[in-house]
Design a protein around this ligand. Structure first.
Ligand code: NAD
Length: 262
């Protein structure tokens, strides 16, 4: 059994990770760290049958003999948590967003004894959607991305939509010109993403996270759609990373290398 500790254990993602780890027979949840919720029983924030208390300090991970730590916190906290993991030879799986290229370079330099995997999207379906879109790109002349999210998301377009456009643009540069000569309402053709690919952002109460890539050519179109409904969508990807991170020395970015996508 791999011994797992969770940073941000009382947060929305952290508590879902605690539940997923506790439910996996190959993993053991040994520590939960969240300084803003320290001292409370983990049972009060997560649906787990565990006697663990939420700890204030990352030392709890070392004391409990954690081998892999998972971090879903905020970028400032995660920088410190990741450095702690590297210093103590713990493997790290990181889902926190907001890292710069300099942060990633620092993480890569720090993990000399143990390994780290950082992924901005742990939903395996989203990773596949991007790969399928990239494969399809050279066979179509027009492409647009529609991303749809819950009504509390404050940034647009989503990071996944931007990354999808980047990858489509890298896979093909042969796109037809936009025929629009009259824009009746500003923004009607969406925002211009990487490679000039239009991205349309929908914010709607009741949604979680969804994306559709529409590709068109003469007489046919291809829609690649991914829908998620709650945070459990990320858990198969997180658990996969927890189980494989130790076998990947240094820094791994994204889930792709674990999915054998060719
Ligand atoms: P949240 O605010 O619900 O939870 C964050 C938790 O981190 C809080 O409980 C907070 O107390 C805790 N925290 C703060 N500082 C800490 C520290 N130093 N040590 C330990 N815990 C600390 O946020 P959330 O919705 O769970 O999202 C967390 C992060 O995960 C965000 O960056 C979000 O963008 C990212 N996220 C990534 C994915 C993905 O697939 N990679 C999916 C969803 C969310």
């Amino acid at each position: 059994m791999t011994r797992v500790g969770v940073f941000g254990a009382a947060g929305r993602m952290g508590r879902t990770v605690c539940e997923a780890v506790a439910a996996d027979p190959a993993l053991e949840l040994v520590a939960a760290v969240d300084p803003h919720h320290a001292g409370i029983d983990l049972r009060r924030v997560a649906d787990v049958d565990s006697a663990l208390q939420v700890a204030a300090s990352p030392d709890a991970l070392v004391d409990a003999g954690a081998e892999v730590v998972v971090d879903f916190t905020v970028a400032d906290a995660a920088r410190q948590n990741i450095a702690f993991a590297a210093q103590h030879g713990l493997h790290a799986v990181v889902g926190t967003t907001g890292f710069t290229d300099a942060d990633l370079a620092a993480i890569e330099a720090a993990f000399t004894e143990s390994s780290c995997l950082v992924a901005a999207n742990f939903a395996i379906g989203a990773v596949l959607m991007m790969r399928f879109a990239e494969l399809a790109a050279p066979w179509f002349e027009t492409v647009e991305i529609i991303e749809l999210h819950h009504d509390t998301k404050i940034d647009a377009p989503s990071g996944t939509a931007m990354r999808t456009a980047e990858r489509i643009a890298a896979a093909s540069s042969e796109w037809a010109d936009d025929p629009t000569t009259t824009t009746v309402v500003e923004g009607a053709r969406g925002g211009e993403g990487p490679g000039g690919i239009p991205i349309h952002s929908v914010r709607l109460r009741g949604l979680f996270a969804h994306q559709e890539v529409l590709l068109g050519t003469a007489g046919q179109s291809l829609s690649i759609r991914h829908d998620t409904y709650d945070r459990t969508c990320y858990m198969p990807g997180v658990l996969l990373a927890v189980k494989h991170v130790a076998q990947r020395p240094g820094l791994t970015i994204g889930l792709e290398p674990l999915l054998d996508l060719g």
